[in-house]
Design a protein around this ligand. Structure first.
Ligand code: ZN
Length: 233
């Protein structure tokens, strides 16, 4: 294998390794990031809290209606209980009953309102619960898929590293040094394929002499524009 061909093979392998590593990184980020699920859990907790406070408001309203009934009964029993009362006292008691009944109507309205609020809160809680269950099962499914992909990619990566060692082994250290340096400086691409009389990476036109030198093995020719190692098949 000519030196440039070896470097080109190395570049192909490294490009694959870069791609796999980028994808593995994205997968890990996705697996670590449970922001969306946590938001849905928070929404559910808030809905549950609203439900509880609506329930306690309802039982408070029910209690108020009950004690109002008791007050009315007590006032009525002293009104009709047979104990002698003066006409003034009787009138006062009748007024009391009427006032208590008027307020009972207010309390019953409040109870009805509390009941409706409690029903709404319960419906919202159930909706939030369904959403949470769905989100949990989606997340489980998604993670399962990502774990599978991760395992496959890690296997692929290992194979590429073995292949890389085999290809890089015979390349002289100086060439490897240049290659690594170019990879760092040129966004991971150190070797450019010559295509249509130009550098395949930056597109600048190459002279016939440059192309011929690059094609004839033995020496490393760099693109005069981007500085990458030129490879011509
Ligand atoms: Zn170039």
């Amino acid at each position: 294998m000519s030196q440039t061909l070896s470097l080109y093979r190395l570049q192909q392998i490294d490009t694959q390794i870069d791609r796999l590593q980028a994808r593995l990184q994205a997968i890990q980020k996705n697996l670590d990031d449970d922001t969306e699920l946590r938001q849905i859990i928070e929404q559910y907790n808030a809905a549950e809290l609203r439900c509880h406070s609506a329930e306690s408001a309802l039982s408070q309203a029910e209690g108020d209606v009950q004690s109002q009934f008791i007050k009315i009964e007590q006032t009525q029993s002293s009104l009709y209980g047979g104990k002698s009362h003066s006409p003034k006292e009787l009138q006062d008691l009748q007024n009391d009953v009427a006032a208590l009944k008027r307020y009972l109507a207010v309390l019953e309205d409040r109870q009805l309102e509390a009941m409706q609020e409690s029903e709404t809160a319960e419906a919202e809680r159930q909706l939030a619960h369904t959403k949470l269950e769905d989100a949990r099962s989606d997340r489980t499914e998604q993670s399962k898929g990502l774990f599978q992909e991760q395992a496959t990619l890690k296997n692929d990566l290992e194979r590429f590293f073995v292949e890389r060692n085999a290809v890089a082994g015979p390349i002289p250290a100086a060439d490897l040094g240049l290659y690594d340096q170019l990879r760092l400086q040129r966004r991971g691409v150190a070797v450019a394929v010559i295509g249509d009389k130009s550098c395949g990476a930056c597109g600048s036109t190459l002279s016939l002499a440059q192309i011929q030198s690059a094609r004839s093995s033995g020496q490393t020719i760099l693109c005069p524009s981007c500085g990458r190692i030129l490879y011509g098949s």
